[in-house]
Design a protein around this ligand. Structure first.
Ligand SMILES: [Zn+2]
Length: 449
């Protein structure tokens, strides 16, 4: 087989370590003029162009992005693709919002053709935002998972997704049973987990919509194969926390409901975790479970303020990723999500600097997912999922960029003013699948591997 080679050139940034554990300056790598050499979808070399230029084989011309910023593709650790049609739904908190907007939207996924249409749009909107990996809730319908993974496979994106499990407290058309949910999930695991770049995630929606039997079935599923993921919701809203206390009186906390079923472990991602006690943070630290910080959603639904700097306290750090939580979240752009994360931290008396922000959206999320051996960095051996950021995307950004004296200032400007307009191009496994400025369709399916 002939190997495929590609090269990108331009200013580049990547995180190399955790800026919540040490000085931000030591965690950011920046090259004014970098080369990324890519072979068969994997980064072979990354560093200053002047040092690496001789590695570019004859006949390969690096794609050059002067004035832009090459960065690892963004990672979204919590998002619901079926909720795209109800983003920006007015006037409710979590439990009422589920009944009024979410469940009716998810019922429309009984139609497989609808699921396919939305999956196509969703994948493209992720790529437009520079997001190359996401942990995704589908609906209770197995074909909603097939539709999503099939579209992801076409783009060769590394995605993590699963069928929602609900066996109580939801409309009848959205309910499965502990046994049926288990069996349908197992069939999806066999079909998709580890096929190409697709990874399966066992997905009980949250404790109130699953019986003990279903949560235990989810725990059994996690043991059925190596490398499976788990996603669910945790301590999002005070009314929800109280409801869980009533439904599971024998458990010591909301997190304990999941721990009891064997769901708190590495590669488990708990969305929100706004109303957490120290004991629960300790449990996450000890078990290696991750939390998905979803600031636009928490603000939009009025759920509360995530304690980011408590969670990441270096004395017992919890792994934290960044999530958009669309449709309660208000943007698929991780730049816009960081804009709100900064404000949520500010209200708690902390300053989220740009290096910490970009860490959350890239390497930090990769670590929280246990995928930092292959995602989240520009580094040799890592998968070549790359976004090309444009600091001059709007007249205001271009003007403001002229007053940025450092890379940190430029990154902070991007995370404050930036959104999908600031993503010039997105590469997946070394292939340009999105080009903002391409005439006609900006999306391009990769050449068959
Ligand atoms: Zn959610």
């Amino acid at each position: 087989m002939v190997s495929s080679l590609a090269a990108l050139r331009g200013p580049a940034v990547t995180l190399v370590d955790d800026p919540f554990a040490q000085a931000s300056r030591a965690c950011l790598q920046y090259h004014e003029d970098a080369l990324v050499l890519i072979e068969d979808g994997t980064i072979r070399a990354f560093g200053p162009y002047a040092e690496l230029r001789d590695m570019v084989p004859d006949g390969i011309t690096p794609e050059h992005f002067p004035g832009h910023l090459l960065a690892p593709g963004f990672i979204d650790t919590h998002v619901h693709y079926p909720q795209l049609q109800m983003i920006g739904a007015f006037g409710a908190q979590l439990l009422e919002w589920l009944d009024t907007y979410t469940f009716p939207a998810e019922m429309s996924f009984a139609d497989a053709a609808h699921a396919e249409r939305v999956a196509k749009l969703f994948l493209r909107e992720l790529l437009r935002a520079g997001t190359t990996t996401a942990m995704v809730y589908c609906t209770v319908h197995p074909h909603s998972v097939d539709a999503f993974f099939a579209e992801s496979e076409r783009f060769n994106t590394r995605m993590i997704a699963g069928k929602v499990l609900m066996d109580r407290n939801a409309p009848a058309p959205l309910l499965d049973t502990a046994q049926r949910g288990h069996d349908e999930s197992l069939a999806l695991i066999e079909r998709w987990h580890g096929r190409g770049r697709q990874l399966y995630c066992v997905t009980p929606r949250f404790a109130p919509t699953s019986t003990d039997a279903q949560l235990e079935a989810a725990g059994a599923l996690l043991k059925s194969r190596d490398g499976l993921f788990l996603q669910t919701h945790l301590c999002e809203n005070p009314g929800e926390v109280e409801w869980v206390r009533e439904l599971f009186p024998a458990r010591s906390s909301y997190l304990d409901v999941y721990a009891h079923a064997g769901l708190v472990r590495p590669r488990s991602m708990f969305g929100h975790a706004v109303h957490m006690h120290e004991h629960d943070f300790c449990t996450c630290h000890q078990t290696g479970a991750g939390l998905a910080h979803c600031p636009t959603s928490n603000l939009f639904l009025g759920s509360g303020l995530f304690k980011l700097f408590e969670a990441t306290d270096p004395r017992r750090p919890v792994k934290v990723g960044l999530g958009t939580d669309v449709g309660a979240g208000t943007s698929l752009s991780q730049l816009q999500t960081l804009n709100e994360a900064y404000k949520v931290a500010a209200l708690a008396g902390h300053k989220l600097d740009a290096v910490q922000g970009f860490y959350l959206a890239t390497l930090g999320s990769a670590r929280a997912l246990g995928l930092d051996d292959r995602l989240g960095r520009l580094a040799p051996g890592h998968e070549a999922d790359i976004c090309v950021l444009d600091p001059h995307a709007t007249p205001l950004m271009a003007f403001r960029a002229g007053y940025c004296a450092s890379i940190e200032e430029l990154l902070f400007m991007l995370m404050t003013l930036g959104d999908d307009r600031a993503v010039r191009a997105t590469y997946v496994a070394g292939q340009r699948v999105y080009d903002r400025d391409r005439a006609g369709d900006p999306f391009h399916l990769p050449d068959a591997a």
